[in-house]
Design a protein around this ligand. Structure first.
Ligand code: ATP
Ligand code: MG
Length: 188
């Protein structure tokens, strides 16, 4: 079985901005800069043959490049804060892309969770024993104005996640580039 997910990788300028923002958070387990990403679909543990099917289905996805802005910061988990995230400005192309991946994964036989897509970049997982929710809440509030410059999304990746003691390690298994012509107005 391979633990896998699809995600958008972030350009270096955005990674740097996120790392700066993370440095202001009093958290014990910030996401390593190399691991920062925007998850589109979590596939879970899938047999290798199913992953081949997913790869075929993802390969057939057509989309045009689009722009994204990361903005805002928040905490998921309500009274039991679980993670700190950077938000994403609303983007129709992102929503459409995610829906395409979701359909593709299902068509490949993967039982994708029916949770509503909430685009985010995980900045840190919280530890109930080691992290102080109040301090974190204050630090997050102080960075409510966090905002990156717009960046272009030119494709998405299929990743393997290997869970280990030092946290998860991701490996890109495949990359699916968008084609600009998808947005071109058909010529008469
Ligand atoms: P770790 O599990 O060591 O805390 P991680 O969460 O980054 O690290 P994975 O659990 O393999 O590593 O998750 C890979 C990606 O998929 C992450 O973006 C994670 O947020 C997302 N993810 C994991 N589990 C789920 C889930 N049940 N539903 C939706 N997304 C998930
Ligand atoms: Mg996890």
């Amino acid at each position: 079985m391979i633990r896998a997910f699809a995600a958008i990788a972030l350009p270096d300028s955005v990674l740097d901005a996120l790392a700066c923002a993370q440095a202001e958070l009093p958290v014990s387990r910030p996401t390593p800069e190399d691991n920062l990403h925007l998850t589109l679909v979590f596939l879970g543990d899938v047999p290798e043959v199913s992953l081949e099917e997913v790869h075929l289905a993802f390969s057939a996805i057509r989309a045009a490049p689009f722009e994204l802005v990361l903005s805002g910061m928040g905490v998921f988990g309500g009274r039991k804060p679980r993670l700190v995230y950077a938000g994403v400005d609303h983007s129709d192309p992102l929503i459409h892309l995610q829906a395409k991946l979701d359909r593709a994964a299902r068509s490949a036989g993967i039982e994708v969770e029916r949770r509503r897509f909430t685009p985010h970049v995980t900045l840190a997982y919280l530890n109930a024993k080691r992290d102080d929710p109040l301090r974190i809440e204050r630090a997050v509030a102080a960075q409510a104005g966090f905002r990156t410059a717009p960046f272009r999304v030119e494709g998405f990746g299929l990743y393997q996640s290997e869970l280990g003691k030092g946290g998860a390690r991701y490996r890109e298994l495949a990359y699916y580039a968008f084609s600009p012509s998808e947005s071109a107005v058909p010529k008469a």
